[in-house]
Design a protein around this ligand. Sequence first.
Ligand code: NDP
Length: 335
Amino acid sequence: MSLGWGFIGASTIAKQWMVGAVNAQDDQQVVALMSSNKERGLAFAAENSIARAYQNIDDLLADPKVDAVYISTTNELHYQQVLDAAAAGKHVLCEKPLALNIEDAEQMVAACAQAGVVMGTNHHLRNAATHQAIRHQIASGVIGDVVAMRIFHAVHLPENLQTWRINKPQAGGGVILDIVVHDADTVRYLLGEDPIDVMAYQQHAGMGQSIEDGAMVMMRMPSGALVQSHESFVVPYAGTGLEVHGTKGSIFAKDIMTQQSVGEIELVTEQGREAIPVTPHNLYQHSLEKFGAAIKGAGTPAVTGEDGVKSLAIALAVSRSAVAGVRINVEYPEF
Ligand code: NDP
């Protein structure tokens, strides 16, 4: 039986990645869309061959062909939309950050659990073949004990996205909830542990309007490893990547903090320098494959709701640290 998706949000990510990623699955289809704007919704549905466009979430949730919803509205709307979807018995794949505070995010996870529906968070990077290969290398022990990790995720925010991200704090704009939250998930995924505390600076480098557009973060891990990351909306030529340094080796990965299936990984040990081969796949298709399988009872989504709460907890601690100028403990809810 085909899994019918209702898309909540006529967004850029839905158009650029998620409609195509659903359509690439043999047994999934986007059957309906909801936009708050009638014309935009109808145009989006027509352009993307989606049968029905709704202006109201209740109408979308009442559509019997909708089995699951993908929520990619602005961040302040995720909370209520997830609660509504769970109450209607729909599976939920929600964009990051799940919410603007931890209490809301916890409630979203609890509502899905209570309704018996699958919940996933659409952090894309864990779905990349490059990140999966790096995790495998670290777990194999080839670089020894991890001592440090450095993440380079400073980019130039494309002009078409220079909207709520740079001028609407109440919508969860700013580089911390936009990019640091992804890096927080990446750290957890690659190192297999959750940061204890963070220290961070943020900056206003000219793009953000009363909202941060750059950050540098330090995280301290339970193992003793230190993590450093740089996120920005205003740096066009830095290139992205990450490094993991261990007692027996180092991993250097270039161009991997991206939505594209690209990037290169090198491992350096006493044996010398070698390229780690990767067979690339589409990140969002991988996310949807895992989500579809989880609905059928096979495994969990690539990134669960609980994972989304934890990446948000880290990002919020980063924000508090940057504002207060002090080290902040990351407080994770009990699940
Ligand atoms: P957009 O700004 O493209 O869309 C967000 C909302 O804005 C849409 O739901 C839509 O509302 C409204 N909107 C869209 N186009 C217009 C327009 N021309 N004029 C006025 N309003 C408009 O957001 P993104 O796609 O960049 O991000 C959406 C969500 O996805 C966010 O939560 C973000 O954090 C996340 N995201 C995740 C990524 C990932 O890789 N995991 C990558 C990029 C974003 P309506 O539906 O009511 O029409």
